[in-house]
Design a protein around this ligand. Structure first.
Ligand code: C5P
Length: 304
């Protein structure tokens, strides 16, 4: 997350995330699933601009770039236009209630991160609102407390408030353990024409009988063994997502024809990504993927 202060306004750049590993450890009594996942923030950004508003009021205005709203036929991909359902709006409301501030705010939300794609754009917007308004309203709330509030908004909101781009997330995703990233990583990402609903994918998944562990992947990343990534990267949601949306299988098939060492779906989909050895490698792969007309193609590096 990046901040830029400018004469009376504060801009926050909210990154997307990829899951490099995701295992389902169990089903919980509250309906959520116990997870072990390795998340990395990447440089596709939504921008949130905070400006002073009428006392006690929160206003939200959304602007879509084409990338955020790929042509859809599934009806699950539209960003909640209703303020009350939007995660950034909910975050502002939560912070107002928690702090008791009477300050107002106008939030401009510029969407670039594709929605319903497992890139957590909505969660990142919520985290950016918590961190941004904490500064804008001078609330002085500590990071630990912000992370606790983030847990009330969504399972992966807290990840975006951690100090490192890479973290292991456990529990329902809200228990965040930062991990050192050995160097910058580069990715090519494709968001197909249709999206998927997260609850629908989780409903179809089964907890693992013999869970895979994230340590194997961490060792491969630390030792630079990118050639092993196709064995150590794993997403337990890919199979159920593929059963709901055939585009996932098509993406896997197409990525398999390319010189990319590790590739898979992120989160509950539908975006699919490959780990590249450099920016140039990612750009080359992006050119080839664009010619396949599978959806919107992005190149992104790991980043704050
Ligand atoms: O926490 P969040 O609002 O992002 O979760 C969206 C939905 O995804 C939940 O309502 C739930 O159906 C599913 N989910 C889950 N287990 C998790 C995280 C999410 O079942 N650990």
């Amino acid at each position: 997350m990046l901040f830029r202060q400018c004469r009376g306004s504060l801009s926050v750049f909210a990154p997307a995330k990829l899951n490099l590993f995701l295992e389902i450890l169990g089903r919980r009594a509250d309906g959520f699933h116990e997870l072990e996942t390795l998340m990395i923030s990447v440089g596709i950004y939504d921008t949130l601009v905070f400006r002073e508003g009428n006392a006690g009021e929160t206003q939200l205005l959304c602007h879509h770039f084409e990338s955020s709203n790929p042509k859809t036929s599934d009806g699950v991909s539209s960003l909640p236009v209703n303020e009350e359902e939007n995660l950034a709006f909910k975050a502002a409301k939560l912070l107002r209630e928690y702090s008791g501030t009477t300050r107002g705010v106008r939030i401009g939300l510029f969407k670039r991160i594709p929605i319903a794609s497992g890139l957590a754009g909505g969660s990142s917007d919520a985290a950016a609102t918590l961190a941004g308004l904490n500064r804008f309203w001078n609330l002085g709330i500590c990071r630990t407390e912000l992370i606790r509030l983030a847990g009330k908004l969504g399972s992966d909101v807290g990840f975006f408030l951690s100090r490192t781009p890479l973290a292991i997330c456990r529990g329902r995703g809200e228990i965040v353990t930062p991990v050192n990233l050995p160097g910058k990583m580069w990715f090519v990402i494709v968001r197909p024409c249709t999206g998927l609903s997260t609850p629908a994918v989780f409903r179809e998944c089964q907890p693992a009988k013999k869970p895979k562990r994230v340590e194997v992947l961490l060792n491969d990343l630390k030792s630079g063994r990118y050639d092993r990534l196709n064995h150590s990267m794993y997403n337990a949601l890919q199979k159920p997502a593929g059963q709901l949306n055939q585009e996932i299988f098509e993406l896997r098939k197409r990525f398999s024809t390319l010189p990319i060492s590790g590739h898979m779906m992120t989160g509950s989909g539908t975006a699919y990504f490959g780990v590249c050895t450099s920016r140039r490698h990612a750009e080359n792969m992006a050119s080839r993927l664009k010619r396949m007309h599978l959806g919107s193609v992005f190149v992104a590096g790991s980043g704050p």
